[in-house]
Design a binder for this molecule. Sequence first.
Ligand code: AMP
Length: 425
Amino acid sequence: MNFTDLQIIEPILEALKAEGYTHPTPIQQQAIPILLNRKDLLGCAQTGTGKTAAFAVPILQHIFQSNLPLKGKRKIKALVITPTRELAIQIADSFTSYGKFTGIKNTVIFGGVKQGSQTRALNQGVDILIATPGRLLDLIQQGYVTLRDIQYFVLDEADQMLDMGFIHDIRKIIAKLPSKRQSLFFSATMPPAIVELSRKILGHHPEKISVKPEQATAEKVEQAVYFVSKKNKPKLLIHLLQTNPVDSVLVFSRTKHGANKIVKILDKADIKSEAIHGNKSQIARQKALGNFKNGLTKVLIATDIAARGIDVEELSLVVNYDLPNISETYVHRIGRTGRAKASGIAISFCASDERAYLRDIQKLINQKIPIIEKHPFLSDDHEKEPSTNSKPTRSIQRHQSSNSNKGGGNNNRQKGNQNYSRRRR
Ligand code: AMP
């Protein structure tokens, strides 16, 4: 199927071509016709599936075809709510890219920064607003935003919204929306609380699509686990980064404090890295993310909230420095390196007190994660873990043999380069 089969108008087709998209992803194939038909949609899908274009393209097309008035201030016709600032910025960038030949304007608002530039953009008039909930309510209260002209409403990453405690804010926002509108609701998981919220927004009869269950992403990513004591995790990380130079590695830490500590430890080993988490100012977070995306920083240390939805092309490797206690988080994390059509590599450090997390994760993804036994920091109690029958996949096997040669040096480096090079299917 091509984008032309989806009845997409020429200015948007041009923009998609400029982005290098040749074929619609499964979620785009399913969602675009439904949304162009002006139906409400309940989508079970996660970031990395091409979800943004699936909702942005129909919204841009509807607005373009509604013949924008050439005079007067633009009214906000579409509202996208998303949980994190980074995701909001990313979605706004996507609207800008896909709509660059349409003349449609968007802006993005989020907390943690001064509101001046945001209110200036709003005062000039925009067609599409992408927002995090708190700042949106704040600017509504101050009179900078009105939702009375909204025709298209998107609630993105609904499960994450609930996890982050945004439910009251969302209820307040919904209450301010016109009842006649097209609504879109996306969530990676559909627990009962999410289904209930979706009914409030969509009514009982939305069109439903479900794309790529979480396991599918996990299957695309080559995974491995290292049993290592908590104390030796820094040494193992340094060892891996030194013996396998990578283009870009995203390291997940469970806590903000832990993320800062990893940066310091790596710094002492002459490995430059930056941290991104909720205690950093928005400007610092954007700068760190920008440096990472541009390749200036090769190692980014992130907490889950800050990394949610981060879209970095050519991400070579994800390291779970700490295993997450919520199994779904593992899938979200490793999905950073298996985006759209690409596959990736994810390795996890597992200390003795994290074994239960590992078992839960393996249950969720229905896979045994191969164990790397040949490494210099293998924890003493690793034998307690029942061994797995599954074999490490090819590139991690190469990685394993490179690690078993503890000498490091040039030879190892070359091997390492191959190990983490990103392959496209
Ligand atoms: P998303 O799920 O919207 O965050 O998209 C994940 C990644 O897939 C982003 O880097 C998009 O630029 C990319 N992408 C989205 N749609 C397509 C497509 N049809 N073909 C190739 N890449 C795409």
